[in-house]
Ligand binder design. Structure first.
Ligand SMILES: NC(=O)c1ccc[n+]([C@@H]2O[C@H](COP(=O)([O-])OP(=O)(O)OC[C@H]3O[C@@H](n4cnc5c(N)ncnc54)[C@H](O)[C@@H]3O)[C@@H](O)[C@H]2O)c1
Ligand SMILES: [Zn+2]
Ligand SMILES: [Zn+2]
Length: 364
């Protein structure tokens, strides 16, 4: 089958034929329907985050079950499934405590299947599976625990979004920060994930939702998703602008959704007394943000990270499908570009150029 393989940092992905083994016990083969173009893959391509290579990237995906390995009971051939880049084993401490987004069994095996081997290879060369998903490919073999069935199917490109940017962004608001109605929210970085933070803030009736970005196009686009104010961070200090929009107080909840030390510091500084700063973006390895230690204490601020929106894939993804179907999540306007797998490097080029919304690789 055809897959986009990541061999070398700062080199294009190579779209080529690779071999994919049949699913083993507890595994499922999925025919990929769509795969989202998320910045997390880009971080690996740029060497900002380490990953074992060669690897098939792609962690925001959905498809149709093709075949199942021995012992699989929760999905069947023909089912639409959303893929979780942190499969929930259901047995480890994190899963049992309700934090399956941090599953220990997955953390211990990373881009391998649970048994420490890969199903992807090219001749004798093993190829890794990003997040046990690897959906920049026509097919993927994933653990059953990483397959979330969709009871009433939705378009594949929308389903793919519920594999990463939707639970990450909406979950950051609902499950991590737990934003309360009437609050003021500032969102630094309004790409695919940031727009979902904005949608989450609208969902919980935040009073003021301030979109912060360096591009006017992203700021205008963010208004469609519920932003009430915008701040262009390339014109003037975004911290001062957010303070002006909040009567000098700063926002009650701020979200960093780009991934750098500077934007993390800005999100911290624009947060007000007793406010919560939630870091979603993944900064380059080794990045350290300068936080004012006295301000943290005197103003009783909370600084926290969020991984996969603190969402529990097996239960929260189906809820997000329902939210889309009942018109509460605007995924129709979110996905603005479709590409073929052969166009994957172009898709990431468009992300670098700052095209608005989310791109999706779509398969026949
Ligand atoms: N925590 C998680 O579980 C998780 C999951 C998915 C993605 N992420 C991370 O979230 C981040 C965003 O991902 P994405 O796919 O939405 O990326 P994206 O490229 O679509 O969006 C990033 C946005 O940030 C804006 N931006 C750049 N510099 C800025 C600045 N100085 N100030 C304000 N805005 C700025 C860009 O113009 C763009 O609109 C990435 O770091 C990604 O790796 C984290
Ligand atoms: Zn992602
Ligand atoms: Zn687990």
């Amino acid at each position: 089958m055809k897959a986009a393989v990541f061999y070398e940092v700062n080199q294009p992905l190579v779209v080529e034929e690779v071999e994919l083994d049949d699913p083993k016990a507890g595994e499922v083969m999925v025919k990929i329907g769509a795969a989202g173009v998320c910045r997390s893959d880009r971080h690996f391509m740029h060497g900002d985050a380490p990953i074992a290579r060669p690897v098939v990237l792609g962690h925001e995906g959905a498809g149709t079950v093709e075949k199942v390995g021995p012992g699989v009971t929760s999905v069947h051939p023909g089912d639409q499934v959303i893929l979780s880049f942190v499969p929930a084993c259901g047995l480890c401490k994190s899963c049992l405590e309700g934090h399956s987004n941090l599953c220990d069994s997955h953390a211990a095996t990373g881009p391998f299947m649970y048994d420490g081997t890969t199903r992807l290879h090219k001749g004798d060369q093993a190829i890794h599976h990003m997040g046990k998903v690897a959906c920049f490919a026509e097919y993927a073999v994933v653990p059953e625990t990483g397959c979330v069935p969709v009871p009433s199917p939705i378009p594949m490109d929308k389903a793919a979004m519920i594999g990463c940017c939707v639970p990450t962004g909406v979950g950051a608001v609902l499950f991590s920060a737990k934003v309360t109605p009437g609050s003021t929210v500032a969102v630094v970085g309004c790409g695919g994930v940031g727009l979902n933070v904005i949608m989450g803030a609208k969902l919980v009736n935040a009073a003021k939702i301030i979109a912060v970005d360096i591009r006017e196009s992203q700021l205008e686009f963010a208004m469609k998703f519920g932003a009430t104010h915008s701040v262009n961070a390339s014109d003037r200090d975004p911290v001062a602008q957010v303070k002006e929009l909040t009567g000098g107080k700063g926002a009650d909840y701020t979200f960093e959704v780009f991934g750098s030390a500077d934007t993390t510091k800005a999100a911290y500084d624009m947060c007000g007394k007793r406010g919560t700063v939630t870091v979603v973006g993944i900064a380059p390895v080794g990045a350290e943000a300068a936080i004012n230690a006295v301000d943290l204490v005197r103003n009783e601020k909370t600084l926290r990270g969020t991984y996969y929106g603190s969402a529990r894939s097996r239960t929260d993804m189906p809820t997000m499908v329902d939210m889309y179907q009942s018109g509460k999540l605007n995924l129709d306007d979110l996905v603005v570009r479709h590409y073929s797998l052969d166009q994957i490097n172009e898709a990431y080029g468009d992300m670098d150029k700052g095209e608005v919304g989310r791109g999706a690789i779509v398969f026949d």
